[in-house]
Design a protein around this ligand. Sequence first.
Ligand code: COA
Length: 164
Amino acid sequence: MEAFQRWINDPGVRKFMTGFTPIGLQEEEEWIDGLGKRKNNITFAIETLEGELIGNIGLHGIDWVARVATTGALIGDEQNRGKGYGTDAKMILLDYAFHTLNLRKVCSEAIAYNGRSLAFNARCGYKEEGRRKDHFFKDGQYYDGVLTAVFREEWLPLWQEYNL
Ligand SMILES: CC(C)(COP(=O)(O)OP(=O)(O)OC[C@H]1O[C@@H](n2cnc3c(N)ncnc32)[C@H](O)[C@@H]1OP(=O)(O)O)[C@@H](O)C(=O)NCCC(=O)NCCS
């Protein structure tokens, strides 16, 4: 729990997140305690095969009628990024979204300079659907939001080839 709070307040993480307020420990605890009660948000911890906690990933704003959700992911320490953990976690999350929850489409939004997020989502089959012009304000400047999404049918062939 302390790790989640430390990561979400780390400037190296925050510059990529769409939220802007710092999160206190109590607020983080309340968020974690409330996870089980939220029907439209499902969040998982990400662990290595050795059991080390390295991040979290979730489905948010689940629309059970349209069968659409939005993903968010975070690998906390820079040394663990760019090693394929995010892609593995996202592919497993999409398997859960499409094959357990029977969702149809999963979306994401990244700040335009977040090349790593766009790259790992592209590997999981996400395609750009549009841009929100000058939508985020970070470090004194406005940046576009890039909206991407993947449909179950587009993801399925990738999943069949994916070797975890
Ligand atoms: C985004 C994030 C979850 C991705 O997880 P990850 O484990 O780092 O991702 P992976 O290692 O699986 O894949 C990263 C991809 O980005 C590429 N990449 C790495 N650094 C990059 C950079 N600076 N710019 C563009 N692409 C980059 C890698 O080559 C890889 O693509 P490839 O597999 O096609 O070669 C993770 O980096 C993270 O937590 N970042 C900070 C928080 C964040 O941005 N969250 C998402 C908000 S939308």
